[in-house]
Design a protein around this ligand. Structure first.
Ligand code: SAM
Length: 295
């Protein structure tokens, strides 16, 4: 293959393990490079063979597929590593999104790296990143927490240390647990602003916004089907922690004093400028405007 980066330290006789991202719904979300790599490798190691076969059929890719998933990975790894050692090229894919991100792959990647086999990313869809990109929540820094434990007690314990975290929190969740999970988040974090990205890139895609309590009600209302990514604003309304509150208030006053800016303009500008939650900043703007009026 052409235009491949060369990394010193990798054994030249070894093959390459390509970590290939695939669509999280819409099959058009395949990159040209992903298509080329899947067509050119000797073997595709797929989480779900039937699932990936459909994708390959759609793009007329005839590469051999083998199963590699959470249940058989220990059994499959020696054979895959042997192929890579003998110079073969293998693509690793999962059912949706980027392998290794709350998905199988990490162990095989680790072993390949230990053996100085080149591992190359073929980037593409990832539900967490796609969801954040349309959330309107602070995304210059975020904490990806993946799946929380399925039992409420353990789940709450895992949420507790996240209470003071100022960055946006991102979770994956299964439909049958979504409501209970949102209720636990609300009880432990407080009724913060949150966004749910449901069925992204699919026919029934929707982005739901509200407080955790409101969203728990909504998904309890017959919407608990499909795939969900949950994002919650960080502590203090997603403030980055490095913008002192007094400085922020001074800036709001200054902007509210301008004739060409409405309260909404000010809140939008500062939310973008400072990476703050819009709703939080809007509330602060309102408070300040009221206090200025009553003077
Ligand atoms: N590796 C994948 C990635 O890069 O996004 C994630 C795999 S994880 C096993 C599956 C979880 O991702 C789902 O339970 C859901 O939380 C989230 N997810 C996957 N597809 C989604 C979609 N179309 N819309 C919203 N969330 C999705």
């Amino acid at each position: 293959m052409s235009d491949e980066p060369q990394e010193t330290g990798n054994s030249p006789n070894h093959g390459v393990l390509y970590v290939v991202a695939t669509p999280i719904g819409n099959l058009e979300d395949m990159t040209l490079r992903a298509l080329r790599v899947l067509g050119e490798v000797d073997l595709i190691a797929a989480e779900g063979v039937e699932h990936t076969r459909r994708l390959c059929r759609r793009y007329e890719i005839g590469t051999r597929l083998i199963s590699y998933n959470q249940n058989n990975r220990r059994r499959k790894e020696p054979g895959l590593l042997e192929k890579l050692r003998s110079g073969r090229k293998v693509a690793l894919v999962t059912n949706a999104g980027t392998p290794g991100i709350s998905d199988p792959g990490t162990l095989l990647i680790r072993r390949a790296l230990d053996e100085r086999i080149r591992v190359e990313a073929v980037p593409g869809p990832c539900a967490a990143v796609a969801a954040l990109s349309v959330s309107g929540l602070r995304s210059d820094g975020f904490l990806f927490a993946g799946f929380l434990p399925s039992r409420s007690g353990r789940r709450r314990k895992e949420i507790e240390p996240l209470v003071p975290e100022p960055r946006t929190l991102v979770f994956y969740e299964a439909p049958h647990r979504i409501r209970a999970m949102l209720e636990d988040l609300r009880d432990v974090l407080g009724d913060r602003e949150a966004v749910i990205a449901r069925e992204m890139t699919k026919i029934h895609e929707e982005i739901l916004r509200g407080t955790l309590g409101e969203l728990a009600e909504l998904v309890g209302d017959g919407r608990a089907r499909g795939e969900f990514t949950v994002m919650v604003e960080g502590a203090s309304g997603g403030t980055s922690g490095d913008v002192p509150e007094t400085e922020l208030r001074e800036r709001i006053k200054e902007l509210l004093g301008r004739e060409d800016m409405s309260l909404r303009d000010v809140a939008e500008k500062l939310a973008l400028e400072q990476g703050l939650g819009y709703r939080h900043i809007y509330k602060v703007c309102l408070e300040i405007q009221d206090s200025l009026k009553t003077r």
